[in-house]
Design a protein around this ligand. Sequence first.
Ligand code: 5GP
Length: 130
Amino acid sequence: MSSDRESGSIDIHAPYDTTNVFARILKGEIPSDRVHEDEEFVAFRDIAPQAPVHIVLIPRGQPPTSPAGIDATHQALAGRMLRAAAEIARREKLEAGGYRLVLNCGTDAGQTVPHLHLHILGGAVLGPLA
Ligand code: 5GP
């Protein structure tokens, strides 16, 4: 296994890390360009955008660290997260052209932040998935 892969790896089964970058964004310790906030979710522009519009949508609190942690207790949350993403995409005027929603899970997907999050990507014709 290459060191590059190891250096970016996270343990999706580790307990929630209260110092992860999204936890710090939620606490206001790290500034973010927020495009949406409600009682359950916060969405902000990605610091390293992979498309003209690249927004990260995260649940407040201590959600699963990755999609692998979604269990029966999170089903409603996951559904509301998709609805919130679609509403944000609509407000960002992505609906006509289309957009992509991405959930990364673990090392091979390149997940770097251990706090469940949904990428909203659009504003141009996007490349292949992988
Ligand atoms: P992942 O690769 O874990 O699926 O996605 C994490 C995302 O968070 C990456 O696209 C990365 O650019 C973004 N990110 C990491 N740190 C920050 C930050 O401090 N602010 C913002 N706005 N985005 C961040």
